[in-house]
Design a binder for this molecule. Sequence first.
Ligand SMILES: Cc1cc2nc3c(=O)[nH]c(=O)nc-3n(C[C@H](O)[C@H](O)[C@H](O)COP(=O)(O)OP(=O)(O)OC[C@H]3O[C@@H](n4cnc5c(N)ncnc54)[C@H](O)[C@@H]3O)c2cc1C
Length: 118
Amino acid sequence: MQRIESVQNAMEQAKQVSAAILGLPRPEPEVAWFWSDQFDVKLKIAGLSVDPDEIILRGSPSSDAFSVLHLRQGALICVETVNMTADFMASKKIIARGNKLSAAALLDTQIPLKALVV
Ligand SMILES: Cc1cc2nc3c(=O)[nH]c(=O)nc-3n(C[C@H](O)[C@H](O)[C@H](O)COP(=O)(O)OP(=O)(O)OC[C@H]3O[C@@H](n4cnc5c(N)ncnc54)[C@H](O)[C@@H]3O)c2cc1C
């Protein structure tokens, strides 16, 4: 059990609870996500970094856009993106599918993460 303090999680819980109350089919659960704008930095996080065994830096923190990918047993479980909305959007789908990924492909910024969504 984990308490997640974010607007998106509050909305997701409302969808799940209202479907249960009305006896409707459960909506497909959404991957937990969070965003915050800090001056010119757009921070977006998807998934939960629980027991990652590999952390991959995609891009460079010295640039104004990079992502940090958290993997467990070869599967992406969490991404933290800084001014990298495309990585965030693709990662959300990759996390939901739970497929295994090659670290080399994740490190290669020439390969868009959306190309790894299967
Ligand atoms: C300083 C701060 C910054 C945050 N920044 C972010 C952020 O950048 N991004 C993000 O995703 N999340 C952020 N959060 C978290 C986010 O605001 C909460 O997770 C979210 O608002 C929870 O939604 P909720 O509907 O469960 O509760 P709330 O938004 O707290 O709504 C509960 C409502 O119920 C009302 N209420 C309470 N008791 C009663 C009662 N007895 N009778 C009638 N009405 C009652 C309250 O007045 C309130 O309007 C932040 C929170 C704080 C405090």
